[in-house]
Design a binder for this molecule. Structure first.
Ligand code: F0G
Length: 359
């Protein structure tokens, strides 16, 4: 028996937003039905930021490979296939490689991923391997990996699918469209973690294009947050040996630095650094108080919003804030277990457990 797909089913970001994307009828849709992620109202963190603050989480961990990268990857891989490519390549702190591997598998082409040896969270590594990517752990950091894949893709028949690839940004800008569509307009502020700076660039593109199309009449102020040990844009200089436990954003020389800076300037935005301790605190609050499990990098935006609130930024403001939660908590199970108490042990007896629970 065949299954009818209802006319209302979500078709993925390319099909849904085709009129805003550089695609034609001839472009294959290599899709896993990414996008359409929930915009979840905050119940605890938002109200603490300020009495007039309405905070929403754009939970990108619910994409097919559990991060926001799928929006850009459906575009990059579809265009690569349209152009006849047989192999993709990327450098990654883990999420881009998971996504590139999945979409390449879906397209029936090879993927090659270069990752910094020892600095990719377990779930992400598992994904690249499971999807069948040629996975190369490089003795170096993300910035080294990016330099290598740029060199290789310049000279050999492999398509670079990092956010240097313009189609990545095109796909990722659809998250800003969704925010506007769901809220009925843009938020006042949009907060997100910044690593290689592709995502802040993409959101800004999306907000600008919706305004140019007359769908919205204004744009949000962009709020970017980097980890203290990996904060080149905040410092205004390259960081040679970036360090943070938020390995997804452990980047010292972002590829989209200039564009991110332009987004910040044009939107009257703010970029700040947050400590690893503040990231972990926000990470635990999101899980234990909001019921939303994210990876540490994703919590940087919440740590940043808390910091702004502590400085009085939201005092007397009535505003809508959207924070993108970029990746799922299951990406990095090691960190989750490391910062949590150990599970309690009990014998297989009702009495013992009842006593432990004090019932
Ligand atoms: N959050 C997560 C979970 C990420 O994986 C990344 C980037 C970012 C935030 C930052 O986004 O780079 O667009 O500024 N991850 C890349 C990767 C670098 O290789 O997966 P960005």
């Amino acid at each position: 028996m065949s299954v009818e797909v209802g006319a209302q089913a979500w078709p993925g970001v390319i099909e849904h937003y085709a009129r805003f994307l550089p695609v034609s009828e001839a472009t294959p849709r290599i899709t896993l039905l990414e996008g359409n992620t929930p915009l979840i109202p905050s119940v605890k963190v938002g109200p603490r930021l300020g009495v007039g603050v309405r905070l929403f989480f754009k939970y990108e961990g619910l994409n097919p490979t559990a991060s926001f990268k799928d929006r850009g990857m459906t575009m990059a891989v579809s265009k690569a296939v349209e152009e006849g490519a047989e192999c993709t390549i990327c450098a990654s702190t883990g999420n881009t490689s998971a996504s590139a591997a999945a979409y390449s598998a879906r397209a029936g082409i090879q993927s090659v991923v270069l990752i910094p040896h020892g600095y990719v969270a377990l779930g992400k590594l598992a994904q690249a391997l499971a999807y069948g990517a040629r996975t190369i752990a490089v003795d170096g950091d993300f910035d080294d990996c990016l330099r290598l894949v740029r060199d290789i893709s310049d000279s050999y028949p492999v398509v670079l699918v990092n956010s240097l690839n313009p189609y990545r940004l095109e796909g990722q800008k659809t998250a800003a469209f969704e925010v506007c569509d769901w809220l009925g307009g843009p938020p006042d502020f949009h907060a997100l973690p910044v690593g290689n700076a592709g995502n802040i660039t993409s959101y800004w593109m999306g907000y600008c294009e919706y305004r140019e199309a007359g769908i919205t009449d204004r744009r949000p102020r962009m709020l970017g947050f980097q980890a203290k040990g990996a904060a080149p844009i905040v410092l205004g200089r390259r960081v040679d040996r970036p360090e943070t436990l938020a390995t997804a954003i452990r980047i010292g020389n972002p590829a989209r630095w200039k564009e991110a800076q332009a987004a910040l300037d044009e939107s009257d935005g703010i970029i700040r650094a947050v400590s690893d301790d503040a990231i972990i605190e926000a990470y635990q609050e999101l899980a234990s108080e909001e019921g939303i499990f994210v990876e540490p990098a994703s919590a940087a935006s919440i740590a940043g919003l808390k910091r702004l609130a502590a400085e009085g930024f939201f005092e007397g403001r009535e505003c809508t804030v959207v924070a993108t939660l970029t990746g799922h908590g299951l990406k990095d199970p090691d960190r989750a277990i490391e910062v949590a108490p150990e599970p309690e042990r009990a014998p297989a007896q009702v009495d013992a457990i009842v006593e432990m629970l004090g019932l």
